[in-house]
Write a protein that binds this ligand. Structure first.
Ligand SMILES: Cc1cc2nc3c(=O)[nH]c(=O)nc-3n(C[C@H](O)[C@H](O)[C@H](O)COP(=O)(O)OP(=O)(O)OC[C@H]3O[C@@H](n4cnc5c(N)ncnc54)[C@H](O)[C@@H]3O)c2cc1C
Length: 448
């Protein structure tokens, strides 16, 4: 079968793929973005109905466009985020082809580039950017068997309380998804148990500023690696109800029964670790340390931000924390469903190249993989803490586009043409990009 030839193939049109396209466009690099569903499909159809962005609209966006019709300090709904990414793709004239799934990428033998198999026929690409993100495969720990007699879903399949059978619910995982889902279920009148593991919980606002601002001025978004021991610590924040600090004491006061990490299951009974109080205490310590750093920053810089003494007062631990339930008879407690808010894994089964370590994890530096010509985008901590967030992925995409331009320069070098041949291929590529964006249908049909 005759294959289409393309210089750079970007796989996936979430925020990562859109940002990548913008930067490649900026360099005039011919490219194509293929997306198996629609632009920003995860935001569109793979999140719960009431989800809003975790960061305020002024922050959780790309630099070149504001989110339409939204107070910058408010939180975009999931559909507003999806619409925003579509609008951004259209603004950039991103050459996106929707409804095309990449099924395999293999290195060409004896020549540069990659053979890409897609649901729409083969493509030959010189460079491949895997922008399929880190949130691909829902992870549910193998704890409660399928035949345990209750409904079990992952948070990515949760939509709203009405979807679950009548009865109490166990929510496992207290990151942003778990706490928001537990809160919504409780507000709908359900009995809720929330299994709380290690977490960070920054204050939503402190001294008049959102925590995203504090993380920015304190340089924490730029941190290159997670703090030691915190590699697997989830972050509990919420933009729901106009944004509020995730407060486990308040959740308990609302009637949510907090329990420790779910560790085993037998004979209809689920057991929890004895770590609940420690997890809550560590989350408190994380919260208080950010207040302290913020106070020091205010002091050092002479900022006129109102003091907020009350934010430092946490109150006593609720009884469910001081005397936690360690074992629960699910049927006895009336629990008819479990929502596993236990995170996601990457899934690069389609990327059959030498870009992974022995554990199957992407092997890369800032997204430049160990397989020359293959790049990753959208990985957590790809270059910094901010990497998996909308604004952070934009900066990583910029870096990768620069790397691709540099490599194209080397590839174009011809000894007899001299150094002028290197580094200037991007200029020559502008025409190609214009030609390409003209041939690939843009606009509503292709990007929605
Ligand atoms: C519940 C939840 C809330 C979040 N809230 C925020 C937030 O408020 N702010 C924030 O900045 N981040 C947030 N994130 C994190 C992250 O920004 C989003 O998950 C975002 O969707 C990641 O974007 P991405 O482009 O890296 O990946 P994705 O959005 O997952 O995009 C990848 C795309 O690739 C496509 N694809 C996958 N495989 C193939 C293939 N083989 N061929 C073709 N196409 C393929 C998929 O269909 C998908 O559209 C949240 C994450 C979750 C889980």
């Amino acid at each position: 079968m005759v294959s289409e030839e393309i210089e750079v193939l970007v796989v996936g049109a979430g925020q990562a793929g859109v940002a990548m396209s913008e930067h490649l466009m900026g360099h005039g690099v011919p490219h194509l973005v293929v997306e198996r569903h629609r632009v920003a499909e995860r935001w569109r159809s793979e999140r719960w109905d009431s989800l809003v962005a975790n960061g305020p609209a002024w922050h959780d966006r790309f630099p070149g466009l504001e989110i339409a019709d939204l107070d910058p300090d408010s939180f975009a709904s999931k559909d507003q985020v999806a619409d925003y990414l579509v609008a951004y793709a259209e603004k950039c004239r991103a050459p996106i082809r929707c409804g095309v799934e990449v099924t395999a990428v293999r290195k060409n033998v004896g020549r540069a580039g990659f053979r890409v198999e897609t649901s729409d026929g083969p493509i030959d690409a010189r460079y491949v950017v895997a922008a399929t993100g880190a949130f691909q495969r829902p992870v549910i720990p193998a704890l409660v068997p399928d035949d345990a007699g209750l409904v079990q879903i992952h948070s990515s399949s949760y939509r709203n309380p009405q979807q679950l059978p009548a009865g109490a619910v166990l929510v496992v995982g207290a990151g942003s998804s778990g706490v928001q889902i537990a809160d919504e279920l409780r507000a709908s009148g359900r009995q809720v148990h929330l299994s709380v593991g290690p977490h960070d919980r920054p204050p939503r606002r402190y001294r008049g500023r959102d925590f995203v601002w504090w993380l920015g001025v304190l340089g924490k978004w730029e941190a290159a690696t997670p703090p030691r021991g915190a590699e697997h610590v989830t972050i509990a924040v919420s933009g729901a109800h106009g944004g509020h600090t995730v407060d486990f004491r308040a959740l308990a006061a609302d009637g949510i029964e907090l329990v420790g990490r779910a560790v085993s299951f037998a004979d209809g009974r689920i057991r929890f670790a004895t770590d609940l109080a420690a997890n809550v205490a560590n989350g408190d310590a994380n919260y208080l340390s950010l207040l302290a750093e913020a106070d020091a920053y205010v002091e050092r810089n002479g900022l006129d931000l109102p003091e907020e003494a009350a934010a430092h007062v946490l109150g006593p631990d609720p009884e469910c924390v001081t005397d936690p339930v360690l074992e629960l008879d699910l049927a006895g407690a009336g629990i008819t469903s479990i929502v596993w808010a236990t995170g996601f894994a990457a899934d690069y089964g389609w990327l059959q190249v030498d870009a992974f370590d022995e554990n199957g994890r992407p092997e890369h530096r800032r997204g430049v993989s160990s397989e020359p010509g293959v790049y990753f985008l959208g990985l957590p901590w790809q270059s910094r803490r901010g990497s998996s967030f909308i604004w952070g992925v934009w900066h990583d995409a910029k870096y990768l586009a620069d790397q691709i331009v540099i490599q194209r320069g080397y590839a174009a070098y011809a000894a007899d043409a001299g150094p002028a041949a290197t580094g200037y291929v991007a200029v020559a590529g502008i025409e190609d990009a214009a030609r390409l964006s003209g041939t690939v249908a843009l606009g509503t049909e292709s990007t929605r």
